[in-house]
Design a protein around this ligand. Sequence first.
Ligand code: GTP
Ligand code: MG
Length: 196
Amino acid sequence: MKIRTVEYAGTVAQANGPVPGDLPQVAFSGRSNVGKSSLINTLLRRTRSKVARVSATPGKTQALNFYRVNDHFFLLDLPGFGYAKVPKTMRDQWKGLIEGYMRRPVDLRGVVHLVDSRRNPSDQDLQMLDFLAQLGTPTLVVLTKVDKLKRSERKKAFAKAADRLGVDPEQLLPFSSKTGEGREVLLAALDELLGS
Ligand code: GTP
Ligand code: MG
């Protein structure tokens, strides 16, 4: 896929709120600070002209932000979870919003779930992946910030994460917003999810 146009299309702040159109959707999830805004901006960057910049406000927006890409699909930026300082009532709200939204019969083709390659996947990561498996939503797991790992550490980190997540290490996509590693592979994977 070539990124031609990206426009901010709207926000859904309640699970049953109106969605900004009926294009197919791909959602991006992960804990706060995992590198989600950076990944989305790296993914959507075009060589010329400006891309709608995905907000970098830390773990604040408890809403689903929609970006229309190539007039072809919506990229959904989900709120980052696992912010330690957030009270439980707010975490429950987050869960209600995401899970409630995903249970709706919207045209959600897949979820890209991000995990920091230097950290052990958390219980919340496992819960999210379980939930998606129950729903039957196709899911890609991306390990972020791989530029911070030495070559020798990478294999170990991937094996460890794969073991904890119960998947094959080859199913984990390496990504770095710093070097751009993984961008083309992820774009191709999105094409596949979208059937385009
Ligand atoms: P919240 O919106 O606060 O939940 O965070 P986020 O998941 O959107 O993360 P964000 O993209 O804002 O990145 C968090 C921090 O990690 C920033 O300081 C980034 O510069 C850094 N970071 C993100 N991606 C990478 C990466 O691929 N490599 C390196 N070295 N640093 C990264
Ligand atoms: Mg962010």
